[in-house]
Each structure stands twice: as structure tokens, then as C-alpha cells.
Ligand binder design. Structure first.
Ligand code: GDP
Length: 298
């Protein structure tokens, strides 16, 4: 991912290498190149504007270190600003003081929620936790079975609708799962909720109800990074409709441009907490803004 952005930025920095010091014209030209690079990467326009104006301000400011050449100075500033728009510090999962920790996954259908539930479950197992996956996505006929398979692979527990525990009622299933987790000593509950193809009132209402009744410690918005700026708009809709604590970006492996990753945290003011980059259970990790920035800068 970020292929074009990486190449464009590298070319911009290279053209500065022969300069003894940066003139205003150099800074303007560099800012222009960076602006084009970000727009081509499908970064949100207001994020691009803010980013470029910060670069200009800092590059022409007094803070430049004499120890670095112009190209290194610009790289350092761009790096800092990339880390900043990607969310700054790494935001780790918050666990409840009193288990179980409740994590609710929300997002559109196809975003990768069910897959993510499995990945998060496997990751939590590795950290020594005992996760329970909860099938509150009853919208998609295969979702329950898919989650069951995920739980099996992740060696996590599963709580799925069956006669007596709220068949057909995802809100009831989610609510009952908390008691089940307490009784069976699961310390993290991951609730997979139903998505729709687009933002709709019924989906939001159901997510709101599940959130109100289960009081999650973390409400994670799961989104397909490949949909670019639509990911940002959908995130805004979920933030307004349900309220989210963090974002999980999926399908980064198929996202050549990186526009969603570079816009979402800044636009919605919530951190990207995890990233998923493949279909395997292990294609998943904590999202580190600084590592991602270093990757972009090559
Ligand atoms: P849900 O409707 O939100 O529960 O989405 P699913 O978990 O069913 O995922 C939809 C499709 O995306 C499935 O075919 C997954 O295998 C695939 N998928 C999920 N995460 C990733 C990822 O990070 N990379 C790729 N390439 N595919 C993914």
C-alpha cells in the first residue's frame, strides 16, 4: 500500500538533496508536491490543507536543525506530521477493571467484522486472555456459522443463538452473553453486530440498543480501507449515530492508495487501534502511527 505516495514523496525529497539551504521557493515547490501526492492518495481535502500548511509553517520557521540537510529536515517534518494525522500515540485496548472487558464491533456488511472478531480473539488468546465471541449478527444467514468457524480457529469461546437464548433477537443475544461470559470465566467479550450494505436507521438503532444494554468498554468501528473516503464518511455516521472509541482498518493489503488510513483519525478525532491486512487469522496487528509513517517514508 501507499505505493504512489511513497514514490512521489521520495522524488520530492530527492530533489532537495542538492540544496545547501531551503529558500521560500523551495518550500513552496515542496509543499505543492506533497499536496499533489496526498490528493492522489485520496486523502481528505481538509486534512491535506492542514497538513501542507503545517509543513510550510514548520519548514520556514526557526525550528530547523542545523545538523540536518534540507532534505532531512523536510523528511523529519513530514514524518512528524504523518504521525500526527495518523493519530499520534499508539492507542492500546482498554481493559475493564472488573472483567469481562466488553468489545463491540460495528460497521457495514462486508467490512470484515466477523473475520476481525476471530483475529482479535486469536490475538487476545496470545496475550493470555480468554475471549468469547458473540454472534449478534443475525442479518447475514452465514454470519453465525462463520463466527463459529472463527472461534474454533482462534480457540476462543462462542456464544451463538440457539433455542432459549434469544433466537432472532441480536439485542437479547448480546445482553445474555455477558452473564454467560461471567459464569464461564471469559474475560473478554467480543460482540459481532450486524451491518448493512449502507448506513441505515435500523442498523444504527440495533447498534445503539446493543451498546446501551451491554455498555462496552470499547466500541470499535470496523471499516474496509479500500473504500477510501467512503470509509471516513461512514465512520462519521457511526460516530454520530452510535459513538465509537476507535477504528479498525481492514483490507489494507488491497488498499494501494491509503486515503482512508491517512484521513480517518484526523477527521473523526478517534484513533485507529488495529489494522488487518489479509484473510488469515494472523494478518492483524495493533496500529502504530509512527511505524506506519516510517513505512510511508520508506
Ligand atoms: P462482515 O460482513 O463485516 O462480518 O465481513 P466479513 O468478516 O464476512 O468479511 C468480508 C470479506 O472480507 C470476507 O471474504 C473476508 O475474508 C474478507 N476480509 C476480511 N478482512 C480482510 C483483510 O484484511 N484483507 C482481505 N484481503 N480480506 C479480508
Amino acid at each position: 500500500m501507499f505505493d504512489t505516495l511513497q514514490d512521489r514523496l521520495a522524488a520530492t525529497f530527492k530533489s532537495l538533496r542538492s540544496k545547501g539551504r531551503l529558500t521560500d521557493a523551495d518550500i513552496d515547490a515542496t509543499a505543492r508536491e506533497i499536496r499533489i501526492a496526498l490528493l492522489e492518495a485520496d486523502v481528505n481535502l481538509s486534512v491535506v490543507k492542514e497538513f501542507v500548511s503545517r509543513i510550510k509553517e514548520r519548514a520556514s520557521g526557526a525550528e530547523l536543525s542545523r545538523a540536518l540537510n534540507p532534505s532531512q529536515q523536510i523528511i523529519k517534518i513530514v514524518n512528524d506530521e504523518l504521525v500526527s494525522i495518523l493519530g499520534g500515540e499508539t492507542r492500546l485496548l482498554r481493559y475493564a477493571k472488573q472483567p469481562p472487558t466488553i468489545i463491540m464491533l460495528a460497521g457495514l456488511q462486508g467490512a470484515g467484522k466477523t473475520t476481525l472478531a476471530g483475529k482479535l480473539g486469536a490475538w487476545l488468546k496470545e496475550q493470555g486472555h480468554s475471549p468469547l465471541l458473540v454472534a449478534a449478527d443475525l442479518q447475514r444467514p452465514q454470519a453465525v456459522e462463520q463466527l463459529r468457524v472463527m472461534a474454533e480457529r482462534a480457540k476462543a469461546g462462542i456464544y451463538a443463538p440457539q433455542p432459549g437464548n434469544g433466537v432472532g433477537d441480536p439485542i437479547q443475544v448480546a445482553q445474555n452473553s455477558i452473564d454467560y461470559a461471567k459464569h464461564h470465566l471469559f474475560d473478554v467479550v467480543i460482540i459481532d453486530t450486524a451491518g448493512r450494505l449502507g448506513v441505515d436507521t435500523e442498523m444504527m438503532r440495533q447498534a445503539q440498543m446493543i451498546k446501551a444494554l451491554t455498555k462496552p468498554d470499547e466500541t470499535l468501528f470496523v471499516v474496509d480501507a479500500m473504500i477510501g473516503q467512503d470509509a471516513v464518511n461512514t465512520a462519521l455516521a457511526f460516530e454520530q449515530g452510535v459513538g465509537i472509541d476507535g477504528v479498525v482498518l481492514t483490507k489494507l493489503d488491497g488498499d494501494a492508495r491509503g486515503g482512508a488510513a491517512l484521513s480517518i483519525a484526523r477527521v473523526i478525532g478517534k484513533p485507529i487501534m488495529f489494522a488487518s491486512n489479509g484473510e488469515k487469522l494472523t494478518d492483524f496487528d495493533i496500529f502504530h502511527p509512527d511505524r506506519m509513517a516510517s513505512r510511508i517514508l520508506g
